[in-house]
Ligand binder design. Structure first.
Ligand code: GLN
Length: 541
């Protein structure tokens, strides 16, 4: 039977609760435990699939095709363990299921209520992760304690505490201890109040983690301990990390957090193996050189919209012990003719996306990369844009486009499957989750993966139009990978170029700091080479 660790957040959002949860998960893993991680989101959307990246950041996709909160990406990157459909549940999904059961008469005419019907549904979802061999289930509650929507989730985790018993439960509360400039001191009152709110509904946290911008004095530790009713060794400090989030497991472990949790669970485990984390942090702190990568997208103002791409680029740079300098380029700026930033980068990446805004800018950026021999990595829409660019500018199919952008275009090189084959009733469904792909030997992609059979995650509706395959191939586009039946194009490359690879799938979802994705590793590698050659050339001239 698994133990349960619940992570709640207080005072304000954006404290990095997902990263803290992932870091705790990684510590328990490093002590030899088998864990599962999940996130409960108290909002009413049934899943984050249709939510605007501006509001919510990227949609993370699991192997089994769930469209989830981006925190699951942190869980996978930090712990190396895959998440699934079960790992992200929203309030909307819970209410939806309960109401459907009500309609089917499954409650036998009883009054359906928040407690016990909604709370039971939440508990069932959490417990569904308790499979044989799982030692600890870590469950993060989205939002902030005190939110109206979150209340029923807190009630559910309180009930689980009572049902499972003291030794099988741990509550970790992450709060904020602000520094007030005018007073010249940090304040613990918001933390006290947020813990008071938790206790009001019957949850006494076992550990309070204080996020802070400045080091906390003994006095602050004492106050938090006394007024939140937590032993002093269970008050943990989590300061802003300077360079990398991968420092977080180390700083938490230095303060004994993993040991506190194990003592709480009455578990004895071997010491944590933290050397791999130290090596990662060391490589980030002492790089051999820099590399500048331009990401051309339409959600550039938002830090989190391309989260997994930025992380995977970091991993790629890490593989070469280089520091990544990320240049966010708004595709609409390129559309308006601002090409200067493109000239300053060593590699160009066009990520996934939906809709036509900024599309022409992406195509221009790809044309620049192709002609000026700058390493290019296209992902999903970035692959589709690369095909359009090639069709227009190399094959002279000037009216080439995707039917997503221009439904009646003359050359629909990217379109829905039913548009290619006149299949009826396919309903423009998304290709979601992991699909098998076969690589062509002798291609750049094959040399990166060093094997023929791969499996990568998808999230798109449109596909390469096979009616144009021969024409584009004859003009030099390489089809480096397809689904095993050869039907769906998964990867295109240009051979006569330092590094030009574009994938229909999203490799960024599977990259990890200890196992950088081979395509990100080699794209960054090619960009470093580009930088070195350019430096050499400018010295010579
Ligand atoms: N909008 C494109 C499609 O649906 C690409 C999606 C993506 O980049 N994730 O096919």
């Amino acid at each position: 039977m698994a133990k349960y660790l619940f992570i709640t957040g207080g005072v304000v959002s954006s404290l990095g609760k997902g990263i803290t949860a992932a870091a705790i998960g990684s510590l328990l893993r490093s002590r030899g435990l088998t864990i599962r991680m999940m996130k409960l989101d108290p909002y009413l959307n049934v899943d984050p699939g249709t939510m605007n990246p501006y509001q919510h950041g990227e949609v993370y996709v699991t192997d089994d095709g769930a469209e989830t909160d981006l925190d699951l990406g942190h869980y996978e990157r930090f712990t190396g363990q895959p998440t699934s459909q079960k790992s992200n549940v929203t309030a909307g999904r819970i209410y939806w299921d309960v109401l459907q059961k009500e309609r089917k008469g499954e409650y036998l005419g009883k009054t359906v209520q928040m407690i016990p019907h909604i709370s039971n549904e939440i508990k069932t979802r959490i417990r569904s992760l308790d499979e044989p061999g799982v030692d600890v289930i870590l469950c993060e509650i989205g939002g902030t304690v005190g939110d109206i929507e979150g209340l029923i989730f807190l009630e559910a985790i309180r009930e689980i505490g009572l049902e499972e018993g003291r030794d099988n439960i741990a509550y970790v509360h992450l709060t904020y201890v602000p520094y007030i400039k005018a007073a010249g001191e940090v304040k613990t009152k918001p933390t006290q109040q947020s813990v008071a709110k938790l206790r009001e509904i019957g949850i006494q946290p076992d550990v309070v983690i204080c996020r802070a911008e400045v080091p906390l004095s003994d006095d602050v530790f004492n106050k938090v301990s006394m007024f939140c009713n937590v032993p002093i060794n269970c008050v943990i400090e989590e300061q802003d990390v300077e360079k990398t989030i991968y420092e977080v497991p180390l700083t938490l472990s230095e303060q004994g957090l993993d040991e506190i949790i194990l003592v709480n669970f009455r578990l004895a485990c071997p010491p944590a193996k933290l050397q791999p984390w130290r090596d990662v942090v060391d490589a980030i702190n002492f790089p051999k050189g820099d590399v500048r990568i331009g990401v051309v997208g339409k959600y550039q103002e938002l830090q989190d919209a391309y989260k997994s791409i930025y992380e995977a680029l970091d991993h790629g740079a890490l593989a070469h012990r280089h520091k990544l300098e990320l240049v966010r380029i708004a595709s609409e700026d390129i559309e308006n003719g601002k090409l200067e930033t493109l000239k300053s980068v060593d590699g160009i990446l066009v990520p996934g996306g939906f809709g036509g805004r900024g599309m022409e800018g992406k195509i221009k950026a790809i044309e620049y990369a192709r002609i000026h021999q700058v390493p290019y990595f296209g992902i999903c829409l970035g692959m589709q844009s690369a095909v359009i660019e090639f069709a227009r500018n190399v094959c002279n199919l000037h009216q080439a486009n995707s039917t997503e952008i221009e439904p009646a275009c003359e050359h629909p090189v990217i379109c829905l499957m039913e548009e290619q084959k006149e299949i009826e009733d396919m309903g423009a469904t998304m290709r979601l989750g992991a699909w098998d792909c076969k690589l062509e030997k002798g291609t750049r992609t094959y040399s990166s993966y060093d094997r023929v059979d791969i499996r990568e995650r998808h999230r798109h509706r449109y596909e390469f139009n096979n009616n144009y395959r021969q024409q584009l191939e004859e003009a030099g586009l390489v089809f480096a990978g397809t689904t095993p039946d050869g039907e769906l194009v998964e990867i295109v490359e240009i051979a006569d170029h330092p590094w030009f690879v574009a994938t229909q799938f999203h490799p960024e979802f599977k990259s990890q700091p200890f196992a950088p994705h081979p395509l990100f590793r080699d794209f960054v590698g090619a960009s470093i080479k580009q930088r070195t050659q350019q430096k050499k050339a400018s010295k010579e001239s």
